[in-house]
Design a protein around this ligand. Structure first.
Ligand code: ZN
Length: 286
């Protein structure tokens, strides 16, 4: 694993007055046989040159710090400080320090969804090991459908869902959560964009200022390979057909509306534009 350093926290992108700073929590290794079991052979055929000598691919867990309308907003909170089977611990705390932001400076935490690699820094272990909120002044904004799905007893108490018990459940009685439904404005520039399929309440974050537009896509896409193969839905998309439709529609919208594209699992920092060239969708990094 690469040690995080300041070079991995890219400079801000701007959508008008809104600044978006990509912050790398951790690189993670992806095995196509687990990630895309039905398409792994094709994946190796077409993208095998990007694999390491074990046949693994590097993906990013990038969170986006957004400064909009006078507030400091964090979109997703990475893997967090704890060791989870199959994942490295994250370093978002260091990445924030690098850009001069303290945890207490975050006004708002916005979740695209509640998977293990998006909620990790919500809490840290306090005295006696009890989880305490890491962003001590933040309000959390969560889609009601997403909360209801993951907080159902059979998921909350399932083995392997420690991240829900440690990083999501403690929000319940914190008085800090605002639940919203679907397309909801966060301020005059930011709006939730329902993009279901990966999870039931999954949302992207649309950014608008004047004629400039961008979108933080959450996990609507995990890899640029999906530009060519939008139907390659990862094994952990809860509704793989719906996620493929969502992905295809989002790609086309991004091209049509010339959106600046922020993809947290694409190669860090995951910022650029989608364009069509010779009939093929490609990603032009910023
Ligand atoms: Zn993810």
């Amino acid at each position: 694993m690469t040690a995080p350093n300041s070079q991995q926290s890219a400079s801000p992108a701007f959508i008008g007055s809104v600044a978006i700073v990509p912050l790398l929590d951790a690189p993670v290794l992806m095995n196509p046989r687990h990630f895309l079991p039905r398409h792994a052979d094709r994946f190796y055929e077409e993208f095998g040159h990007q694999a390491d000598d074990r046949g693994l691919f590097t993906m990013s867990v990038t969170c986006y710090l957004v400064r909009s309308a006078g507030r400091t907003i964090l979109v997703d909170t990475g893997l967090g400080p704890r060791r989870r089977p199959g994942f490295p611990p994250g370093h978002l705390d260091e990445a924030l320090r690098t850009v001069g932001v303290a945890p207490a400076d975050i006004d708002l935490v916005v979740h695209t969804h509640l998977h293990i690699d998006h909620v990790g820094w919500n809490t840290v272990d306090g005295a006696g090991g009890a989880p305490q909120l890491f962003f001590s002044n933040a309000e959390f904004v969560i889609q009601q459908a997403e909360w209801d799905y993951w907080m159902a007893d059979e998921r909350l108490h399932a083995p392997g869902n420690e991240h829900l018990r440690e990083c999501v459940e403690p929000l319940r009685h914190s008085g800090r959560v605002r639940f919203v439904d679907g397309e909801t404005a966060l301020d005059e520039h930011l709006v939730f964009v329902p993009t279901p399929g990966h999870t039931p309440g999954h949302v992207a974050i649309g950014i608008v200022d004047g004629a400039e537009r961008g979108i933080i896509i959450g996990d609507a896409s995990h890899h640029p390979a999906q530009l060519i193969h939008p139907d390659w839905s990862p094994a952990f998309d809860i509704d793989p057909e719906q996620s493929a439709e969502t992905r295809e529609a989002l790609f086309e919208r991004a091209i049509r509306e010339r959106l600046t594209w922020f993809a947290g699992h694409w190669p860090h920092p995951g910022v650029g534009r989608l364009v069509r060239r010779d009939g093929r969708r490609i990603f032009e990094p910023a």
